[in-house]
Design a protein around this ligand. Sequence first.
Ligand SMILES: Cc1cc2nc3c(=O)[nH]c(=O)nc-3n(C[C@H](O)[C@H](O)[C@H](O)COP(=O)(O)OP(=O)(O)OC[C@H]3O[C@@H](n4cnc5c(N)ncnc54)[C@H](O)[C@@H]3O)c2cc1C
Length: 298
Amino acid sequence: MNAVAVSTDFAGRVMHNEPMSRHTSWHVGGPAETYFEPRDAEDLVAFLRALPTDVSVHWIGLGSNVLVRDGGLRGVVISVHGALDGLERLNEAQVWCEAGVACARLAKQCVKWGLGPAEFFAGIPGTLGGALAMNAGAFGGETWRHVLEVETIDRQGVRRKRPAAEFRVGYRSVIAPGEEGYLAARLVFEHRPEAHQDEIRDLLARRKQSQPIGAWSGGSTFTNPPGDHAARLIDSAGLKGYRIGGASVSNKHANFFINEGEATARDLEELIKHVQRTVEQVHGVHLEPEVRIMGEPA
Ligand SMILES: Cc1cc2nc3c(=O)[nH]c(=O)nc-3n(C[C@H](O)[C@H](O)[C@H](O)COP(=O)(O)OP(=O)(O)OC[C@H]3O[C@@H](n4cnc5c(N)ncnc54)[C@H](O)[C@@H]3O)c2cc1C
């Protein structure tokens, strides 16, 4: 892919033809034409202002919910992990958290502050930015239940504060009023002095029992259909262990698809389609991908 012509009037790191397999938990994905890691929010403003308007922009956190196709991503991929890493307590119950902060750090810090329930964030291997985009949740907790307002940035580099009421939020779904990236959020929790590090340990242990933690996966591949579980439907359609190329349906948790080491994004996408078709034939239920499939085929 050709490199996008970008100005050099900013301090962050610009990489051209950067393999997205280095930035996704599935360890697959072709190159990003340009990959930008800003130094801070002001640096990101400068970058976006200077970026030609016809260049498309993609946001990435820790890449734990994306399947980037083997042909890669045209335009610019912006990663704020490592840059927007501020986390502070504003008052008794409120926290200001920047989008690059890992969910695990947010969980641990809230426990230290005696705020909760935030323990559910501990096992979500992404950033707050990704959690805001996905309305990530676990063990009954959900990101947007705690959001009072977010700070966003648009394609022209304009920063805004938007109250939570401007977003339509559902199960793993967030409809935003504009096409903007998340910079930060003001979150609210309850005062829970009894919240304890042990609770995080217990939740992580429960995950380890039921999920293939450590394997290269994208977490839950499909959302759960109303009143049922995608994993149950996939398992009872006889698909546990089913394999296409280097990609397989986990034997431990049927909604987790694994890169066994040599999978391509195409293997994973074909596995997703095969499972979708089979579950539809066997159960008459259409599974919707939770993972975001992006980019160009090889
Ligand atoms: C082992 C494993 C376990 C998981 N368990 C859970 C779970 O329990 N619950 C759950 O909900 N999810 C789970 N996931 C999925 C994933 O961790 C979450 O969806 C997480 O919120 C994604 O965050 P991320 O930073 O990795 O985002 P990415 O995967 O990088 O991006 C996901 C989406 O968010 C967008 N995005 C990312 N950052 C920004 C930003 N700053 N501004 C605007 N858009 C942005 C991207 O464009 C993309 O559309 C799991 C994944 C794995 C691999």
